[in-house]
Design a protein around this ligand. Structure first.
Ligand code: ADP
Ligand code: MG
Length: 427
């Protein structure tokens, strides 16, 4: 179907995407002069015995959801029909949906995951208390705006059971995020949303879905009967506490799950909050590392002085290991330890003269093929951009700018710079 020019009073400005239910357009409300998103309902869905009932249900849902007012929920402004096409008008979200962001199997840090999932749970806590179950929690319905705000879309719009949609010949979305009771076509309550949220949490931490398969059937089978691997078994940087949290959220039996969104969120927040003991342990650890770094750096500094003095006497080594003497190799190893220590305490590219990036670069000056240094530089870059992304997510524009300036100087060809730059400019 070609794109309409208007729907009701709304001007249609372009296509935002297609979902199971129909098409989503970018629209414009001329009265209020604001952009909106308009979700149309596919005619084939209404062309059935259930069509009439479905329309009534959408209207009821729109009324319930239209009353919701929460920072983490995409607002619904209106539900209407134009020449037989029913449509929802909603808040236009400028940002990215989490499905797109998760595409390359990227893992999120526990803090980022708790930031995102915590916001989803705040929204759910609010609606569950009003008796509204989302029913379709999945990354495609979670948006991260350019200001780093998390917004949950399609509240209640997915009131139609997936089973009904299949009966009506519509495309069934992925069951990867469906709860066991949803897969079985049984009635669902708020705890079904908490299961789906658990699936999203798992994917954020691990970079993979907990329940997978080649087809709908295989995925459903997995949801119903398989225990996913523990997050810590898949990603060692995940704190232990997350294993228990994920296990509880993904319990097949609803009575073993978190019973409320608030209880789930509280446990998550506890899992990333540094304990008092942890904090002081960290301080001790940092002090120890700092001393080690200092000692190693002094050694390395002396070594570099000697190295510089010898520079003219020795032609530069062109390739890796083979041409290095045992002594040189030992010295490079020491320098790599220095770099590693800097990395551990987060001195990625600063302060000047004492950071991981420079130390690895010094290694490469002597041994351009050194795989540990090459790999180390990659890790520095990844951590650096992750840090910048997190800052962008938190809307800390000035800090992101500082990171961008550094990145442009140090890694001018990395295309993550452009992505970040775009994100900042759009804010
Ligand atoms: N309120 C909105 N603002 C901006 N984009 C939206 C909005 N709602 C949906 N979209 C975009 O439209 C596309 C289709 O959405 P939808 O029909 O809800 O399908 P699904 O959630 O299954 O991906 C998605 O890619 C989404 O990014
Ligand atoms: Mg959606």
């Amino acid at each position: 179907m070609s794109q309409p020019q208007t729907l009701g009073k709304y001007q249609i400005q372009g296509l935002l995407g297609k979902g199971a239910m129909g098409v989503v357009y970018k629209g414009f409300d001329p009265n209020i002069a604001r952009p909106v998103a308009i979700k149309t309902i596919h005619a084939s869905l209404l062309d059935t015995e259930m069509g009439r009932e479905l329309l009534d249900r959408f209207r009821n849902e729109a009324q319930a959801v239209g009353r919701l007012n929460h920072a983490n929920i995409v607002s619904i402004y209106e539900f209407d029909q134009d020449k037989g096409t029913p449509y929802f008008v909603m808040e236009y979200v400028e940002g990215h949906d989490l499905k797109t962001l998760l595409k390359d199997g990227r893992k999120y840090s526990p803090e980022e995951a708790v930031h995102i999932v915590g916001a989803i749970l705040s929204a759910l806590d609010y609606t569950h208390k009003l008796g509204i179950v989302h029913r379709d929690i999945k990354p495609a319905n979670v948006f991260i705006t350019h200001n780093g705000q998390i917004k949950l879309a399609d509240f209640g719009i997915a009131r139609v059971d997936n089973a009904e949609l299949t009966q009506m010949g519509s495309v069934l979305g992925t069951p990867s995020y469906m709860s066991p009771e949803q897969c079985k076509g049984q009635p669902v309550d708020a705890r079904s949303d908490l299961f789906s949220t658990g699936v999203v949490l798992y994917e954020l931490l691990v970079g993979k879905k907990p329940f997978a398969g080649d087809n709908t059937h295989a995925i459903m089978h997995s949801v119903l009967s398989e225990e996913p691997d523990r997050p810590t078994a898949k990603n060692q940087s995940v704190p232990k506490a997350f294993d228990g949290i994920v296990k509880k959220a993904l319990a097949k039996d609803v009575s073993h799950r978190y019973q409320t969104a608030a209880a789930f969120r509280d446990e998550l927040q506890k899992a990333v909050a540094p304990t008092k003991a942890g904090k002081s342990n960290n301080l001790v650890l940092m002090a120890v590392v700092a001393v080690v770094v200092l000692a190693l750096a002094t050694g390395a500094g002396m070594w570099f002085k000697t190295q510089r003095d010898q520079q003219y006497a020795q032609p530069a080594t062109e390739t890796s290991d083979g041409k290095l003497s045992a002594e040189e190799r030992a010295k490079l190893e020491r320098l790599i330890n220095v770099a590693e220590a800097h990395f551990k305490v987060g001195r990625l590219v600063s302060p000047q003269g004492s950071n991981a990036f420079e130390a690895y670069q010094l290694v490469l000056q002597v041994d351009p093929q050194n795989s540990e240094a090459l790999e180390g530089i990659n890790r520095v870059k990844n951590r650096f951009f992750k840090r910048a992304q997190l800052l962008a997510l938190e809307g800390r524009r000035d800090d992101v700018e500082k990171h961008l300036e550094l990145a442009e100087r140090l890694f001018p060809n990395d295309d993550r710079i452009m992505l970040l730059r775009n994100r900042v400019n759009e804010q």
